[in-house]
Design a protein around this ligand. Structure first.
Ligand code: SF4
Ligand code: SF4
Length: 310
């Protein structure tokens, strides 16, 4: 069994992931950000205004906007329209239920108008499993939201408006093979609800924050780590998302990935803030800050914000 996580290095970055605030209209059990309606942290307008400049300077290919519910940030729409003319993919990590909050009724149309890629969590095609993890009423709202997005053209064509769903296990196990599960999701969701989507991303639950507390309460933290380590797959190392991504928190501080951001784990090398990135020209070839939780990214088929790795 692999005991220590190997050293890995940064490579030229392609993805800028920004967490623009921790407030969310939900408070899911597995949330690694500990988001809830009561969180107040949000990115300042000064930092948001740096994003298009960083995109240009470092030739970023993908802007991945996350939270909390990122749409709750008052500058969410302005940020997206400010990037309209740039040739980048913009991902909104959307919880789907946000469409039903007062004042957000026009959000699906706005996202479609701006060709924003929607990546949304739907941890199961069964109502009970979804609601165990994400709260009462979330499943029906999610299905209705996907219908609304389908009506706008999302999820229908390979090269059209992209709607991707995210699966993460309800129990402390590794996700099943992504391709097989995607086929099951597509079949069942179409047959039962007449809805479609593009890709399913399987993500291994990260044993940090709220999910770590849950595992401790259930007495399953040690066995979960054993499972992750026993299934260490070195073939996943080359594709780890932290290699070509930087993750920025609401204060503009830079981390190797969203998970490291949530446990405030940073190395000594590399840029500390978005302001550093603007002021200097960085080469991304330094060591990535790794710890035991990283085994969640290398177990089995691997895991990242874009799903399985191998
Ligand atoms: S919807 Fe996402 S950000 Fe909000 S509480 Fe659930 S997992 Fe966390
Ligand atoms: S948690 Fe995963 S993505 Fe983040 S640094 Fe560790 S291996 Fe890389």
């Amino acid at each position: 069994m692999q005991e220590n996580f190997p050293s890995i290095n940064k490579e030229p970055i392609e993805t800028l992931q920004i967490n623009i605030g921790y407030k969310c209209n939900q408070a899911c059990k597995h949330c690694h950000v500990n988001s809830s309606p009561f969180r107040k942290e949000k990115m300042s307008n000064e930092i948001i205004s740096l994003i298009p400049k960083i995109v240009d300077k470092y030739k970023i290919k993908t802007l991945d906007i996350t939270g909390g519910a990122p749409e709750l940030h008052p500058e969410f729409k302005n940020l997206i329209t400010s990037l309209r003319k740039k040739e980048i993919d913009i991902i909104d990590r959307c919880n789907l239920t946000i469409f039903f909050e007062e004042g957000y009724e026009d959000l699906p149309q706005f996202l479609a108008n701006n060709n924003v890629i929607i990546t949304a969590s739907l941890p199961c095609y069964e109502k009970n499993n979804v609601e165990r993890q994400r709260g009462y009423g979330v499943f029906e709202k999610s299905i209705t939201a996907i219908k609304m997005l389908n009506d706008l053209g999302y999820g229908k064509k390979k090269n059209g408006l992209q709607l991707n769903l995210v699966y993460n296990p309800v129990n402390p196990i590794l996700p099943p093979p992504q391709e097989i599960l995607e086929n099951n999701y597509k079949k069942i969701l179409f047959e039962k609800y007449n809805i479609v989507f593009n890709n399913l991303y399987t993500i291994t639950n990260m044993p940090i924050n709220r999910y770590e507390e849950f595992l401790i309460r259930e007495g399953e933290l040690d066995s979960y780590y054993k499972l992750l380590k026993e299934n260490f797959n070195k073939n996943n190392l080359k594709s780890l998302m932290c290699k070509k991504t930087i993750s920025v928190n609401w204060l503009g501080e830079i981390y190797d990935c969203d998970f490291n951001q949530q446990i405030n784990l940073r190395g000594n090398k590399g840029p500390k803030t978005l302001f550093d990135l603007m002021d200097e020209s960085f080469t991304f070839n330094y060591g990535i800050a790794v710890k035991e939780h990283c085994f969640a990214c290398t177990a089995g088929c691997g895991s990242s914000c874009g799903g399985a790795l191998t």
